[in-house]
Design a protein around this ligand. Structure first.
Ligand code: ADP
Ligand code: MG
Length: 245
């Protein structure tokens, strides 16, 4: 579904992503792991068009999407939920998800049409699947951090993606919220048939839900393999998992 080939991104003279390679097959849950500053968020932004690669190629469902603007990549079926919460704080939970669903349907809020009547069912379904129905009328800015992270995923789903990219979905969540989010990610793949690419610091979470894991270090993708192979890889143990074992 997704192939990232030799992608590179330099900020000024600092190479944030250097020779990154990644493959994601349809229906898989793929995790990217690596220490802070490894280039995970930058890689995700390169895939979704929020950064333009200096080198390399990104192919989604057989089509070269390298360097396309975010809205085009989004319309092709890739959604990104950011590491830093990125919701409209003064809109309600319902309105945040509805805005995403409306823009997916190429509608926008405007003075001349009552946009609030559209995409209602779609929005309700997403809130329901995310366990957010009861919070629908709450002002988004008043939600807990964990709830806002879940709302972020709901907004990403409003775009009806095939590939959902989650940048540290459980960062700052309580253990209960993290547990609920794991269940949710599992449901997104098993029930909704989504393909998921995510990065996460919680290794227990990564090893429990990923089909494949890619390890990134100083902008370079060192290896992509099954959780089993990653766990037993000497290079990865030394560079990264060492302290955790
Ligand atoms: P990770 O998500 O793995 O923690 P990032 O992709 O956020 O890593 O960052 C990789 C490196 O690139 C870091 O050293 C970071 O400071 C740098 N970086 C990220 N975004 C920018 C930017 N917009 N401008 C300059 N440097 C950046
Ligand atoms: Mg990051």
């Amino acid at each position: 579904m997704l192939r990232v080939q030799g992608v590179e991104k330099t900020f000024d003279r600092f190479v944030a992503v250097n020779e990154a390679n990644l493959e994601v097959e349809k229906g898989q849950v793929v995790a990217v792991i690596g220490p802070n500053g490894a280039g995970k968020s930058t890689l995700f932004k390169l895939i979704t068009g929020h950064h333009k690669p200096d080198k390399g190629k990104i192919v989604f469902k057989g089509e070269d999407i390298t360097g396309l603007p975010p809205y085009k990549i989004c319309s092709k079926g890739i959604s990104l939920s950011f590491q830093i919460v990125n919701v409209f704080p003064r809109l309600t939970v319902f309105e945040n998800v509805q805005a995403a669903a409306l823009s997916h349907q190429r509608r926008t809020f405007n003075l001349f049409s009552a946009a609030s009547k559209f995409a209602v069912k779609e929005t309700e379904d997403i809130l329901d699947s995310m366990g957010l129905s009861r919070a629908a009328d709450r002002i988004s800015g008043s939600l807990s951090h964990g709830e806002q992270k879940v709302l972020e995923i709901a907004i990403a789903l409003g775009n009806n993606p095939e590939l959902l990219i989650l940048d540290e979905p459980t960062a700052g969540m309580s253990p209960e919220e993290t547990f609920a989010t794991i269940g949710l990610i599992n449901r997104l793949t098993s029930e909704m048939g989504l393909t998921i690419l995510f990065c996460e610091h919680d290794m227990e979470l990564v090893f429990s839900i990923a089909d494949r894991i890619m390890v990134m270090h100083q902008g370079v993708s060192i290896i992509q393999a099954t959780p089993e192979e990653i766990r037993n890889n000497k290079q990865v143990q030394d560079a990264y998992l060492g302290g955790a074992e």
